[in-house]
Design a protein around this ligand. Structure first.
Ligand SMILES: C[S@@+](CC[C@H](N)C(=O)[O-])C[C@H]1O[C@@H](n2cnc3c(N)ncnc32)[C@H](O)[C@@H]1O
Length: 390
């Protein structure tokens, strides 16, 4: 994670543009005053830089929640802010050289908005969830030039590694997305995907709500798969296998194939590790046999007029509100020059969305992006609007 360690944080006058970076405004945590967010825009990317107190120094890095599509935007924002505010930098891991050419050349990494605006159109399409080192995904894309592959991963280092390979191997049938795959599935049109690969997902034995496989993930998979399309789960965890089997079989109608220690064409990094340890590997393949209704999404993310005062909004810090099928958790409250910013998580328990909400004199709005237009987010938005209206 790129960062600067600095002696003291220094403010600038906002808004300010310098060297193609715009610093828009600053937000200060209402409870922990030494935590600060700086809103930044670089090219297409809108995100926050975060200032945090550490023992006897401060840390300046990018905020996890609003991660930009390009790591170079973070580098640029950090270095530019450092220069503009004349920060005293103690240490830094930000390279001041230009972009790595492979990363610069690759346009394979897409922001979520790319899929929201217009979902790619291809006669055959497959998805890999949590591709990690990308061995399987790259192999599939290379072997099947006529299939469009979408790889979804939340680990930035893995994404960068695969991006380099896409450029080196000159693959033009592979798109990557840095996003929670469970949410992504909700915007995929119905009946268009041939295969969904979920290989060696994290078992999350102690936090099962974080698992990729769940009833709702299977439901979405069935909707997006073509007739005869497949969802392929491969795991070394007997517990995860048993849990997944139960979850699949709970559907009224389902076709499942089970394999133990099946060899496939390419062995991933994790698979190699488990094989060395002589662990069993389980495959659960669900075949979809039904045509699904088209995806329709009614509703919007508009807010009514706000009734809560600034002090009432600040009191929301740490509050969780539940509704039928979901929740809203007000994680943090920040003060702005003329308003308040809330960091919230909302939606359904097994695929929550994390976002910011700005409340100022004139409006309430999500920042920098709207939530993903999914059924669970639209329901959560209606509930959030009610909460903000007392
Ligand atoms: C144990 S690794 C397996 C990686 C790879 N499939 C392999 O076989 O080597 C699981 C990967 O899933 C990713 N992951 C976990 N939850 C995810 C989610 N909700 N959406 C997308 N990726 C996720 C993790 O970042 C991690 O890289």
């Amino acid at each position: 994670m790129p960062h600067l360690h600095i002696k003291e944080f220094k403010d600038i006058e906002f808004p300010k543009s310098y060297k193609d970076v715009s610093f828009n405004f600053i937000a200060q945590n209402a409870k922990h005053r030494d935590e600060i967010l700086i809103s930044v825009s670089v090219e297409e990317d809108d995100f926050f830089l975060l200032v945090k107190q550490e023992e006897n120094k401060k840390l300046l890095k990018s905020d996890k929640l609003t991660r930009p599509a390009s790591i170079h935007s973070v580098h640029k924002a950090l270095l530019t802010y450092g220069e503009l505010a004349k920060l005293d930098i103690i240490s830094s891991n930000v390279p001041d050289k230009e972009k790595n050419t492979h990363l610069e050349l690759s346009t394979a990494l897409k922001p979520i908005g790319f899929f929201v605006d217009s979902f790619p159109d291809a006669s055959e399409m497959s998805i890999e969830v949590g591709f990690g080192s990308g061995r399987h995904l790259l192999h599939q894309a290379k072997q099947n030039p006529n299939i469009l592959f979408i790889g979804i991963e939340i680990h930035r280092a893995s994404i960068e590694q695969v991006l380099k390979q896409i450029s080196i191997q000159k693959l033009d049938n592979l798109l990557l997305l840095d996003y929670d795959a469970r949410l992504f599935m909700e915007l995929v049109p119905s009946n268009i995907v041939s295969k969904i690969y979920v290989h060696f997902p994290v078992p999350w034995d102690k936090k099962p709500h974080r698992r990729v496989i769940s009833s709702s993930f299977i439901e979405e998979s069935r909707r997006v798969l073509k007739v005869d399309g497949q969802l392929e789960l491969r795991t070394d965890s007997e517990n995860y296998y048993a849990y997944s089997y139960e979850t699949f079989i709970n559907f009224k109608k389902t076709i499942l194939h089970i394999n133990k220690n099946k060899d496939i064409a390419i062995s991933s990094k994790y698979e190699d590790r488990w094989k060395k340890m002589e662990k069993n590997i389980y495959d659960l393949t669900m075949i979809n046999e039904e045509y699904s209704p088209l995806l329709t999404m009614e509703g919007s993310f508009k807010f009514s007029k706000l009734k809560l005062s600034v002090s009432e909004l600040i009191k929301l810090h740490g509050v969780t509100k539940r509704f039928d099928g979901g929740f809203i958790h007000f994680e943090r409250v920040y003060t702005l020059e003329n308003g308040v910013m809330l960091r919230i998580s909302m939606g359904s328990f097994d695929r929550p969305e994390h976002l910011y909400l700005i409340v100022d004199d004139s409006s309430i709005r999500y920042y920098p992006n709207l939530p993903l237009k999914s059924k669970s987010n639209l329901n959560a938005h209606i509930f959030l609007d009610e909460v903000l209206n007392g």
